[in-house]
Design a protein around this ligand. Structure first.
Ligand SMILES: O=C(O)COP(=O)(O)O
Ligand SMILES: [Mg+2]
Length: 222
């Protein structure tokens, strides 16, 4: 039996150039078990990815702040507190780094993300004043409610699908995947993963980015 999958996006389904690896469009639609896309990106991104892959919209977005599967939608976390902290961040000279349109946060429900160019020390300073945490995915800093995690999202989606979370194989690359690795039955960090993901994973692939993920798909479908 081929297992269901919980897949991170950035660093896991992408190339080193941050693009979705084109082989994702070959391999994921043909996977014979459920796939849950689990990302720190805002809600529309994984929904659009599922839509264009032609697979059911089973997604965990915003690091667990949004969970959507099989016509069930749930939110965790408090965007308003994150906004208040970002207002103070701005007053102290901080800039999220996304420009005026800020398409990174425009559709974000439960947290606020800052670009890797933003002042990390200042962000952590204001986060502490609002009892928020900063998660560094290597692609953005996420200012979020502590305790909102991808792993809880996976438990919720598994429940909706009538599956045990331990049935899932998870693949990811960064600290926001640690809870996913702890919840899934088997976890893989791709070769480009950060130290926290490497330490939390059951296995580490030799290859990086989607090459690493593809090696997992090949080994577990044999
Ligand atoms: O949004 C991010 O910062 C990273 O996204 P990811 O969880 O899909 O890697
Ligand atoms: Mg990632």
């Amino acid at each position: 039996m081929v297992p269901p999958l919980a897949l991170d996006i950035d660093g896991t389904l992408t190339t080193a150039a941050h693009r979705i690896d084109p082989r994702v469009f070959e391999r994921l639609p043909e996977w014979p078990a459920p796939i849950v896309i689990a990302t720190g990106k805002s809600f529309p991104y994984p929904v659009a990815l599922c839509h264009f892959l032609g697979i059911p919209e089973r997604v965990i977005a915003e690091n667990g702040g949004v969970v959507c599967a099989d016509d069930h939608l749930a939110f965790q976390g408090d965007r308003e507190v994150a906004e208040a902290a970002i207002e103070l961040f701005g007053e102290r000279g901080g800039d999220l780094g996304w420009g005026d349109a800020d398409t990174t946060n425009r559709w974000r429900e439960s947290e606020i993300a800052a670009s890797m160019d933003a002042d990390e020390d200042l962000l952590r300073e204001v986060a502490a004043e609002f009892d928020l945490e900063v998660v560094d995915t290597g692609y953005a800093y996420h200012l979020k409610t502590p305790g909102v995690e991808k792993g809880d999202g996976l438990a919720a989606v598994a429940d909706l699908l009538g599956l045990d979370p331990s049935a899932f194989v998870a693949v990811g690359d960064s600290e926001n995947d640690v809870s996913l690795f702890e919840t899934a039955g088997e976890s893989y960090a791709v070769g480009n993963a950060d130290d926290r993901a490497l330490a939390a994973a059951d296995h580490v692939t030799d290859a990086s980015y989607f090459d690493g993920t593809l090696s997992v798909l090949e080994s577990i479908s044999e």
